[in-house]
Ligand binder design. Structure first.
Ligand code: AMP
Length: 629
């Protein structure tokens, strides 16, 4: 029976009605958007009660697991849980997951059988992790996606009158010695029967055939996605991918392949190198109805015009928005997306991970810098460690962040304070208990009783030579401060990463910058002409001047940290880096450019494309007075 929302006279009886199963996932028709919105109301109004119900359910299911029993001796008391069970990192969970992967019974961490392991992209924290998942777990991810669709449909009217061009992909999977599939969460979702059936039944809502998503060769999949999207360009009302980086990769692919795509449309055929029979059949049988010279002419004439500013609107004239995650490390792609989008809103829909789906953006049309995610209280049990952070005013005497030092205060979801920074801790239905996700969030508001969070950064420090600790966010801020200098050269920063080069003494920070001429065209040679040594050296100096005081102190002493270096790489360097990460198991959908690279292979891939090296010529200012007191 599908859930129907009633007026809230008695919250707990309404909740019993809403959660008809112990999974705490309301069952409802995902195309009933009104009901979806009502569910958001119920979930957020009753956030506190639902969180307690979630923890009760998790303890009931899992109290006899080896892990929980070790701390709670079979008790199911929530206060005891909060008192006895330690807050842990992945390192503590990993041995249990490895035991399950090697064939031990999954009841060592989960009362319900672990049926697969989700492989995290490993590009936001640097480490590929494996996360346990039970049969019902995917329903949770799907539920959040359904709710999200309802929210977007409420904010943008008329979406049902056209199609979406969703650039989704799957990744290779392997099985553990015990036979469990091991793959990224989105690959698992796309391969599910429910997803396939829904996608196929509602093919009038999407431009791509299902075959393009599950094509094991992502290049063929990408070609098919774009070909189908172009053929149906007049019906497209929204375009998107999971993360901004994947969408921009599609734009690059389009720049390289538009002539070929146009030729296919003109001749009514699909290029020979697309050999995947399901893709070919899906396009030739249904989507491509024959040669269309007129359409090919229109697309060709648009693609020929440079620069490609506003190209999304030009190719898909009815598009209302671009749906991609643009928060956190994706924020730096906003200028490029705005360039291609020509004023289209960027919708950053969800905050999710392999551990669990967490939250949705209830104001999808907000600007990227204002985006906040409302954590859905039925997804898992949330706790928060208060962290001291820059804007929190909690800096040490030396002016440096007190490196995320916990204030010993762990609070539940509804007790977080407006404006404060927290590290997210989750207890899932599937075997993670008081687990540190590694993300730092800031409370920016409340919707009903549910807090809304801005994604601030990963917890991990990315760069360090000595006592200095530079976080992803520090780096982003410092680089953003130097970016305006590039406009003098008519150059845009398209991507960046970094590493701490300690091969010589003193060690120094190296930033790889992929720069592209503002016209969005041009070879590495043309780029080299635009590069001005003085301006790039100044960029190095500005970045250094914006790094934290410990960095500047050590740097100004001369012997501890050497001058910061920028290595400019040509177009395509970061694609090569992505290819390397993908070849090692990252997922295209979940890929985020790592903001710090450590492997020599990754460094070598970028070094191969270096067109210029620049060093800071100034010693950054450091207020020594601060250290005397
Ligand atoms: P993965 O498990 O590989 O999908 O990576 C999950 C991680 O991606 C999260 O813990 C976050 O660090 C990051 N992430 C997911 N969604 C967002 C978002 N909306 N904004 C910023 N970062 C995100």
């Amino acid at each position: 029976m599908l859930y129907k929302v009633e007026t809230m006279k008695n919250p707990s009886s309404t909740l019993d009605y809403m959660f008809t199963s112990s999974s705490m996932i309301p069952s409802y028709d995902p195309y009933d958007h009104l009901l979806g919105i009502q569910l958001v109301e119920q979930l957020t109004k009753n956030a506190s009660l639902i969180q307690e119900m979630v923890l009760d359910e998790i303890l009931n299911r899992n109290s006899e697991t080896e892990y929980l029993h070790g701390f709670m001796k079979g008790e199911r008391d929530k206060d005891l849980f909060r008192k006895q069970v330690p807050i842990v990192d992945y390192d503590k969970v990993k041995p249990y997951i490895e035991r399950i992967a090697n064939g031990e019974n999954s009841n060592i961490i989960s009362g319900k059988p672990i049926v697969e392991l989700f492989r995290s992209s490993g590009t936001s924290g640097g480490q590929n992790k494996l996360m346990p998942s039970t049969e019902e777990d995917m329903d949770r991810h799907i539920f959040m996606n359904n709710i999200l669709n309802s929210v977007i449909n409420k904010s943008v009217k008329g979406l049902e009158e056209g199609k979406g061009m969703d650039l989704f992909f799957i990744m290779p999977e392997f099985t553990t010695p015990s036979g469990l599939p091991c793959r990224p969460v989105l690959t698992s979702m796309y391969k599910r029967r429910q997803f396939r059936e829904r996608y196929s039944n509602f093919c009038n809502m999407y431009t791509s055939p299902y075959a393009a998503i599950i094509c094991t060769d992502n290049r063929q999949g990408m070609y098919t996605h774009l070909l189908c999207g172009l053929i149906q360009r007049d019906e497209v009302l929204r375009v998107g991918a999971i993360f901004a980086s994947a969408f921009l990769r599609a734009m690059k692919f389009l720049e390289e392949h538009w002539q070929e795509l146009c030729l296919d449309i003109r001749t009514g055929d699909v290029s020979r190198w697309v050999t995947d029979t399901s893709c070919r059949e899906a396009v030739l049988g249904k989507i491509m109805t024959g040669p269309d010279a007129e359409l090919a002419d229109v697309i060709e004439s648009e693609c020929k015009k440079h620069p490609w500013e506003g190209m999304i609107k030009r190719l898909w004239p009815k598009t209302k928005f671009i749906e991609v995650i643009v928060t956190g490390s994706m924020m730096q792609y906003v200028p490029l997306l705005e360039f291609y989008g020509g004023g289209l809103p960027l919708v950053s829909p969800r905050y999710a991970s392999s551990e669990c789906s967490f939250g949705i953006n209830l104001r999808p049309l907000d600007k990227p810098c204002d985006v906040a995610y409302t954590l859905l209280p039925n997804m898992c049990y949330y706790e928060f460690i208060r962290v001291k952070d820059e804007e929190d005013g909690a800096r040490g005497k030396d002016g440096n962040i007190i490196a995320d030092a916990p204030v010993e205060e762990v609070v539940p979801l509804v007790d977080v304070d407006l404006g404060c920074y927290y590290e997210l801790i989750v207890t899932t239905f599937t075997g993670l208990y008081r687990y540190r996700v590694g993300d730092i969030l800031q409370v920016t508001g409340f919707y009903n009783a549910a807090p809304q969070f801005k994604f601030v950064r990963r917890r991990d420090v990315v760069l360090s030579i000595d006592m200095d600790k530079t976080t992803e966010e520090d780096l982003l801020k410092a680089i953003s401060a130097a970016k305006p200098l590039l406009s003098q050269l008519s150059i845009l920063l398209s991507d960046y990463t970094s590493f701490a080069d300690i091969s010589s003494h003193p060690g120094h920070y190296v930033l790889f910058w992929e720069l592209i001429p503002a016209t969005m065209t041009g070879t590495s040679k043309e780029l080299a002409v635009l590069l001005d040594r003085k301006v790039l050296e100044e960029c190095c100096a500005v970045v250094e001047s914006c790094l934290n005081t410990v960095y500047r102190r050590y740097r100004s002493q001369g012997t501890w940290i050497g001058p910061l270096e920028i290595r400019v790489v040509g177009n395509g360097a970061f694609d090569a880096l992505m290819d390397l990460c993908l070849s090692r198991g990252s997922s295209v959908n979940q890929y985020k450019t790592p903001r710090c690279i450590k492997s020599t292979d990754a460094i070598a891939v970028l070094d191969e494309k270096v067109v210029g090296r620049y060093f800071s010529q100034k010693v950054p200012h450091c207020n020594w007075e601060l250290y005397k007191s």
